[in-house]
Ligand binder design. Structure first.
Ligand code: ATP
Length: 515
């Protein structure tokens, strides 16, 4: 049957009217044109010979604007001097590194107040169509990274947010899991986004807080943002890198102001009735040991990671255990098939037996319970240890300088697994050095594949009958297999030994992104 719509003319998108006015730009006579995409001007009169056409892309060069009488004052944020108005020095804290944007101001004086108002309206409409946020809630961790969160907010974030005319509320975290509590009870109708000025850990707390709400399905759609004030900052690095932008504080802030969003996969990490939601990564073995155990060498400053990496590589630990996984399409050749008996009981992964793929989910509350793996058609496969390191990630970077999962996509619905198998210590050291650019995954000792679901069955360290490893999610210890180390740590969420299952919910969350 013929499609009744076929051949019907789709009405063209209404085009914003192009405005043309004689103006003075930073004091010089010009003719200015405002289209939906750009504000351009060409010098006229005596200034005609002083230069050609100049323009500002509204989306990517303009932070905000004000109308003052006949003047339209634009706060610009450009790479290089696109304004022709000379480059004013950047205010303190607003970048200035290679490829970084600089702040400036362009004053466009119109012939009448009405004209200035008309142009102001047109720019406001353009910003609204870009989805620029108007009201933001900031969560600042004064304790993360080098404990600079409060200063970063005041000197790096606020000047740009104010120039963009964004209303904001700021709250500092006072203790562990405070951000989770805040996100669990915030009146989300009042804000266009929640921004974490912190390390990646606070972002994860916010995701967990949103998913614990009764209205989790709406709450998790609130755009999230992150300003790098932590130790690792892998999420910001991943977002900026994916858009070809250099890592900088001001680029991270501007990515939020510009209002672009992207979907973000959410991983459910489940052990028995215990659940945790991650948007980044889980590590077991060498890298988790380096990350967590090197804390005791914090007095060394940034050298602690290099020092402890060398120590751990030379005294390489291998861990027994097994990884079960449902491969993503195209990765079915990895691992070995599992003789599986499917059970759909909700009795917890801790009761699972060899080859028993048990779905774990909690139907007792109306909070988010994660995707199901009940489907009997899922083809599980396995890899047996010993392992040197197991890395499961939704994003490409663990930190600014460590690319763990070069093929990871923010919302492909899969997790990237990078598994370092048993290898000589010299190989492990070489692989650590090649994590900077992600080339370590090319080693024959590394298995790299994508999965829809995965289960870790962590075992003991090779050569020990009592000691296991550390399982770390987004920088926090999830489970620890060496009880002698736990004296000063809070109770961990999960136990080391029983299986831990990961499933992915494609694009469940939303995050501000440069593109
Ligand atoms: N006021 C506070 N006092 C102590 N801990 C806090 C406070 N606020 C937040 N935290 C905790 O700090 C931890 C780290 O937070 P964040 O992600 O911002 O920094 P990070 O740089 O990734 O971590 P770290 O500096 O510990 O490596 C989180 O577990 C969070 O719960």
């Amino acid at each position: 049957m013929a499609d009744p719509q076929a051949g019907a003319r789709v009405p063209p998108e209404p085009q914003a009217e192009t405005l043309v006015e004689p103006v003075r730009v930073n004091g010089s006579a010009a003719e200015a044109t405002l289209s939906s995409a750009e504000l351009a001007w060409r010098p006229t009169g005596a200034g005609r010979d002083s230069g050609g056409r100049r323009k500002l892309e509204l989306e990517s060069d303009v932070l905000g604007f004000q109308v003052e009488g006949r003047a339209l004052k634009l706060a610009t944020f450009t790479r290089g001097d696109v304004t022709g108005a000379g480059r004013p020095p950047s205010p303190p804290g607003c970048g200035g590194g290679a490829g970084d944007r600089r702040r400036g101001e362009v004053a466009v004086e119109m012939e009448s107040e009405e004209a200035a108002e008309r142009w102001g309206h047109a720019i406001r409409d353009r910003f609204a169509s870009l989805g620029r946020p108007k009201r933001l809630f900031f969560i600042v961790n004064p304790y993360g990274g080098k404990r600079g969160g409060r200063k970063i907010f005041q000197t790096e974030v606020l000047p740009l947010i104010e120039a963009a005319d964004i209303h904001y509320t700021m709250q500092e975290t006072n203790y562990r899991l405070h951000a989770q509590e805040i996100a669990g009870s915030l009146d989300l109708r009042k804000y266009d986004g929640i921004i974490c000025v912190s390390g990646d850990g606070i972002l994860v707390e916010v995701v967990n807080g949103l998913l614990q709400r009764d209205d989790w399905d709406k709450a998790i759609k609130v755009p999230l943002g992150i300003i790098p004030a932590g130790t690792g900052n892998g999420m910001v690095q991943g977002l900026l890198h994916s858009a070809g932008e250099p890592f900088s504080m001001s680029n991270a802030v501007f990515a939020i102001i510009r209002g672009h969003r992207r979907a973000l996969d959410v991983t459910s990490v489940v052990q028995g009735k215990t659940k945790f939601f991650s948007v980044m990564m889980l590590t077991w073995g060498l890298v988790a040991d380096i990350d967590i155990e090197s804390e005791k060498f914090r007095w060394m400053g940034s050298a602690r990671i290099d020092f402890y990496s060398l120590l751990r590589a030379v005294n390489l630990r291998r861990y027994n255990g097994r990884i079960l996984f449902v491969p993503a399409p195209g990765y079915e050749g990895f691992g070995d098939p599992v003789e599986q008996t499917i059970s759909c009981k909700s009795n917890g992964a801790s009761n699972a037996v060899e080859g028993d793929i048990t779905n774990v989910h909690n139907n007792e509350t109306c909070t988010y319970s994660g995707p199901s793996t009940d489907d009997p058609d899922l083809e599980w496969r396995s890899l047996k240890g010993p392992f040197v390191n197991v890395w499961i990630s939704n994003i490409a970077f663990a930190s600014e300088g460590v690319m763990i999962a070069p093929q990871a996509q923010f919302a492909d619905g899969y997790l990237d697994a990078a598994i370092i198998k048993d290898c000589p210590w010299s190989v492990a050291l070489g692989l650590l050095l090649r994590m900077k650019d992600g080339s370590y995954i090319e080693s024959p000792y590394v298995e790299y594949f994508k999965v829809k679901a995965l289960r870790i069955e962590p075992g003991l360290r090779v050569g020990s009958s009592t000691i296991g490893g550390i399982i770390d999610s987004d920088g926090e210890v999830l489970a620890r297999g060496d009880r002698s180390q736990t004296k000063e740590e809070p109770e961990h969420l999960m136990a080391y030994g029983p299986p831990i299952q990961l499933t992915v919910d494609q694009g469940l969350a939303t995050i501000f992104s440069p593109r």
